[in-house]
Design a binder for this molecule. Sequence first.
Ligand SMILES: Nc1ncnc2c1ncn2[C@@H]1O[C@H](COP(=O)(O)OP(=O)(O)OP(=O)(O)O)[C@@H](O)[C@H]1O
Ligand SMILES: [Mg+2]
Length: 341
Amino acid sequence: MSQFDYIKDIAKYGLENDQEKLLTVLNELIEHSKSTKKLNFAIQLQSILKDSFRLQKHNSLTKVGGDQYFSRLEDKEVSDLILEKITSDYTLSNIVIEDKVKLELEFFIEEHHRLDLLQQFNLPVSNKLLLHGPSGCGKTLASYVIAGELKKMMIVINLGAIVSSKLGETSKNLSKIFKKAALEDCIIFLDEFDSIGKIRDYSQDHGEMKRVVNTILQLFDYLPQSSIVIAATNQKDMLDDALLRRFDNIITFSLPTENEIKELVNLTLKDGNFAFKNKSEANKIIKDCKGLSYYSIQKTLINAIKKSLFATCGHSKSLITYIDTTIWKNLISIEKDSLNI
Ligand SMILES: Nc1ncnc2c1ncn2[C@@H]1O[C@H](COP(=O)(O)OP(=O)(O)OP(=O)(O)O)[C@@H](O)[C@H]1O
Ligand SMILES: [Mg+2]
């Protein structure tokens, strides 16, 4: 598209009062101006957009009374996209992660605990986090930990639903959810973030899909500093660079090492009701677990605990139930077979 085409579209959508399309075209024009080296023009346009966004936010906060505003947003389409709205009691002690990742999470949490201090010195706050890595390695859990540590509600958005829902409505609904989250001071969790990338593979109207991606880009660009967006994916490669660039922090989760598996086992057994009698046998099985996710290992261990409990319940005089290592070993080998590991 040439600059004239963008101007024609801007005139059209402006006169039709179609805010959403107007914003999309303005953003496309900003990108176009950047790529054709009209940087000054792009910056000016961007600041016009930012000013208008601030004004809109101010008006919506002052004009419409709190509760009334929330209830207006609680429409069916919005709730279709919201998978759940949760509060969380999880803390950093509930997750096993490598030290480097732990430090990153702690720093992110501290930034939001000390938001006032950062704002006092005009320092930017990281508020867009991408978590990626294999399935069952703690991405969703980490988002719960952040919500729990910051004592904030979290809105979990089902991005997978976008693909099947009416795409035309999606941009509008996402904007509503982001506004709602900012007003209610909730964290937004965009699970299966790669669905955004996958959308392009579907044989649906390409323009509409581009619009969804553009909306997300805009929402990220104008996200208030106190809002937090966490996105999770196990297919980072599906995301294009424009999206990846928007994140302040990208944190990688990995399959557990032998030490981390030991930590996971200790965490799972921390209540002290269950234990291994034969520690060296347990350590051998832990070595066998290599290649499995935290989720798979914990699942097999909990199943072994249940089976051991059923087998001994009523017969054992001890307060502790000992876990039958043969059962756990078998479950691990079945899990590995089913996953071709
Ligand atoms: N790093 C971890 N530390 C402790 N427990 C973990 C960890 N990772 C996973 N688990 C256990 O496995 C469960 C599932 O993990 P989680 O949902 O966080 O995985 P995920 O990385 O989001 O996977 P997916 O990509 O499939 O969504 C957790 O609720 C927890 O019980
Ligand atoms: Mg998950």
